[in-house]
Design a protein around this ligand. Structure first.
Ligand code: NAD
Ligand code: MG
Length: 329
């Protein structure tokens, strides 16, 4: 329902502006372009805890989660912000990496995704969506705990995409353990190799491909600022990624390469039911944030788009949070 016009309205808008608003209103299919119907209460946008109890074997599949995460499959609308750009995204099959892949493609970027062979079902869904966005899409499965594979991954991505100018280091291992006494050396190696060593190897391999204007985006976490007691090894890697980001940004500034990080709070992704949380915690996942629910991957993809785009040209060495209101960066 349109608000009643006042005399002041008439003076400010005048009849021509009024008719332009009416035209826009009918073009957009709204009853009234000034109506609040596009306002969304963030707390009510998505499912809230309690969630159904669920576990999956590592590395987990988004397709088997209840409810299924929203990666922006139906909602993300691009506007050409990354037209012609070439991106490699690790962990691009599911969760935050999948949301970034969908958003990048709809912004016009060619996208290569890396994932584990066990995640082929999730990766296939992403490849279909990237194909529908009418960009060049490349699937490069393999285990990034292997330095040789990391080098090959970057070279294959650059070859198949015809260059590389966006690198999203996003793959990670998170495994909840009650105590430091329960973390084996094998666990520690697994977490550090996936989250830190691979990030180092992939970044090192990528730099020779990156021209001025390129962007590296690392995925840190709120636990870099407020570590979870049950995620001792994981939290340490996420804090190290923050420091790595700030340091590398200084190193690469004179090459015209920006380096930033995103710090998510609790997000509803396959990482969580496949060992990332204890099952009891997962049922209440996100309940203790001010918004009272976990984030959905679709809600963080815009930060990756912004950090990749030329619009963020003065932003490097920074961390952007999406935490549902918890104190972050
Ligand atoms: P996800 O499980 O959907 O994505 C993680 C991906 O990492 C997997 O899909 C897998 O492809 C990849 N991966 C793991 N080990 C690998 C290996 N050895 N080789 C190759 N790929 C491997 O979960 P997500 O939550 O979207 O995670 C994405 C990023 O977000 C991670 O860096 C994670 O630490 C970070 N993060 C997540 C949350 C959250 O609550 N979900 C919070 C803070 C930070
Ligand atoms: Mg996955």
């Amino acid at each position: 329902m349109r608000a009643k016009k006042t005399a002041a309205d008439e003076m400010i808008r005048g009849p021509r502006v009024e008719s332009a608003i009416d035209a826009a209103t009918s073009l957009l299919g709204f009853d009234d372009a000034r109506s609040p119907r596009n306002l969304r209460d963030p707390g009510e946008l998505y499912p809230k805890p309690p969630f159904e109890k669920q576990t999956q074997p590592w590395p987990g599949l988004a397709g088997l989660m209840t409810p299924r995460p929203d990666h922006g499959e139906e909602s993300y609308r691009g506007s050409g912000r990354l037209l012609g750009r070439k991106a490699l995204i690790t962990g691009g099959d599911s969760g935050i990496g999948r949301a970034a892949a969908i958003a990048f493609a709809r912004e016009g970027a060619d996208v290569a995704i890396n994932y584990l062979p066990e995640e082929e079902a999730d990766a296939k869904e992403v490849m279909t969506l990237l194909g529908e966005a009418d960009v060049n899409a490349v699937a490069l499965p393999g285990d990034i705990r292997d330095e040789g594979f990391c080098r090959k991954l970057v070279d294959d991505a650059a070859r198949d995409l015809g260059g590389l100018d966006i690198l999203v280091n996003n793959a990670a291992r998170q495994h909840a353990r009650q105590s430091i006494l329960d973390i084996s050396t094998e666990d520690l190696d697994w977490t550090f190799q996936t989250n830190l060593y691979a990030l180092f190897w992939i970044t090192k391999a990528a730099i020779p491909h990156l021209q001025p204007g390129s962007s590296i985006i690392n995925t840190s976490s709120i636990v870099a600022f407020d570590p979870s007691p049950q995620l001792l090894d994981y939290s340490a890697t996420k804090a190290a990624i923050l420091n790595f980001t700030r340091c590398l940004a200084k190193q690469l500034a004179d090459k015209g390469i920006r380096v930033n990080a995103v710090a998510p709070g609790p997000f509803w992704t396959a990482l969580q039911p496949s060992g990332g949380q204890f099952p009891d915690h997962l049922a209440e996942f996100g309940a203790d944030t001010p918004l009272g629910r976990p984030g959905q991957p679709a809600e963080i993809a815009p930060l990756y788009v912004l950090l990749a785009s030329n619009e963020a040209s003065y932003t490097t060495g920074q961390v952007f949070g999406a935490t549902g209101g918890e104190v972050g960066p």
